[in-house]
Design a protein around this ligand. Structure first.
Ligand SMILES: *Cc1c(COP(=O)(O)O)cnc(C)c1O
Length: 397
């Protein structure tokens, strides 16, 4: 039978629809397969390989024992919404009404999907930085909207502000900003954030801020775009427990926005998951209340991991971009004699015992040229794992 439907738009948006009309597996699946086949250390996918804080894990176990095992309220359990609002005030000086401006979601993934589907009409445009998290293109395409990517170029991956300006049109409905940035590790300057806020206001666009790495700024602290003057009222701030507490399997995320925006997003979200993860929501509420030292400790431990991996990459001969935040570092394979990082990534598991992802996987096909020789490595792994990955890379012959 013919299977028709919106899946084709999603696959095409995500750059996974082959000329034969078949959906190709993602490069993540291909590289993970190679990693298993060659017993390589998998620095392709960005998930941690150790547990987060015991307090958080135990709070979820306790919640199950205490009978928090049924549907949560549509907006999320009240203790978590209050913890999200308190955390936002404590770290970023921003206030939020936990009853009307906070929505708990099935990870940042659902927060992003519900927001994009709720706010976009077919024909609308979404400005975002390229390379980008793969979900963005898929969901923008599902909504029938068009992505307007603004390139971030190596080695610093800072946006060209004139190009950013030129990307806005009278059809721009959303500017989707991931900061700190996956896959480049870049953090936007105050100036860039101010310009985004100004352009969003001029074009009456909503700012969707994917800030899942909000606690993972290394040398400088993250600046939430909602703290820029005039931005908060038109911003949907999205975060997640996954990256801060090493609980990617829990799928607990949230968003903070004005009551009108939250109402529109809930109207879509209730038909996606409705609600999820009641006991995990209780665990995350405890996590968000952990002392400041926990949060600064997460950033400093990752900064150390970044240093270890970056040193190994440099010794292997890569030229390594600075990573200011998040889980990833980008390395250029040109000095190794590779103009095509995808070829290198297919060889790396066997040759060096390490797997990684070519940056072109995060770029629309027509814009790939400046990214062909670049590779993304994840450093959110145990320090001993990173040390052996660095040693394997350094001795790569
Ligand atoms: C991991 C990640 C997400 C998804 O977060 P979940 O809470 O696991 O759904 C969204 N955006 C970016 C940039 C990410 O790296």
């Amino acid at each position: 039978m013919t299977v028709s439907g919106a899946w084709r738009r999603a696959a095409q948006g995500a750059m996974l629809l082959g000329d034969d009309g078949e959906v190709r597996p993602t490069i993540f699946a291909e590289m993970s397969g190679l990693a298993v086949r060659h017993g390589a250390i998998n620095l392709g996918q960005g998930f941690p390989d150790e547990d987060g804080p015991t307090e958080v894990l135990e709070a979820a176990q306790r919640a199950i024992r205490d009978g928090h095992n049924q549907y949560a309220p549509a907006m999320g359990v009240p203790v978590l919404r209050e913890a999200i609002a308190d955390h936002r005030e404590r770290f970023w000086g921003l206030s939020a009404d936990p009853d009307r401006e906070v929505l708990v979601t099935a990870g940042a993934t659902e927060a992003l999907t519900a927001t994009l589907l709720a706010l976009l009409e077919p024909g609308d445009e979404v400005v975002t930085f390229e390379p980008f998290y793969d979900l963005y293109a898929a969901v923008v395409a599902l909504a029938g909207a068009t992505l307007r990517p603004v390139p971030l170029l190596a080695p610093e991956f800072e946006p060209d502000l004139d190009r950013l300006r030129d990307s806005f049109t009278d059809r721009t409905r959303i500017v989707l900003v991931n900061n700190p940035h996956n896959p480049t590790g870049a953090m936007l300057s105050k100036e860039a954030l101010q310009l985004i806020a100004e352009l969003a206001e001029r074009h009456d666009a909503v700012i969707v801020a994917d800030e899942v790495y909000e606690h993972l700024g290394f040398e400088s602290k993250h600046t939430p775009i909602a703290t820029i003057a005039g931005a908060a009222e038109r911003t949907v701030s999205i975060s997640s427990a996954a990256k801060t507490f090493n609980v990617t399997g829990w799928k607990i995320g949230w968003l903070v926005a004005s009551p009108a925006l939250v109402e529109a997003i809930v109207a879509v979200k209730q038909w996606l998951t409705y609600v999820n993860g009641t006991p995990f929501q209780h665990g995350v509420a405890v996590g968000l209340g952990l002392p400041d030292e926990f949060f600064s400790g997460v950033a400093s431990s990752l900064a150390h991991k970044r240093n270890v991996l970056s040193a190994g990459l440099r010794e292997a001969g890569f030229s390594v971009s600075p990573s200011a935040g998040g889980y990833f570092v980008v390395a250029d394979a040109t000095p190794l004699g590779y103009s095509d990082a995808a070829t290198l990534c297919r060889e790396l598991p066997e040759r060096a015992g390490v797997a990684a992802i070519p940056l072109s996987a995060f770029v629309t096909p027509e814009n790939r040229a400046p990214y062909e020789s670049l590779v993304r490595f994840a450093f959110c792994k145990r320090i001993d794992v990173l040390e052996s990955a660095a040693a394997r890379l350094a001795s790569m012959g």
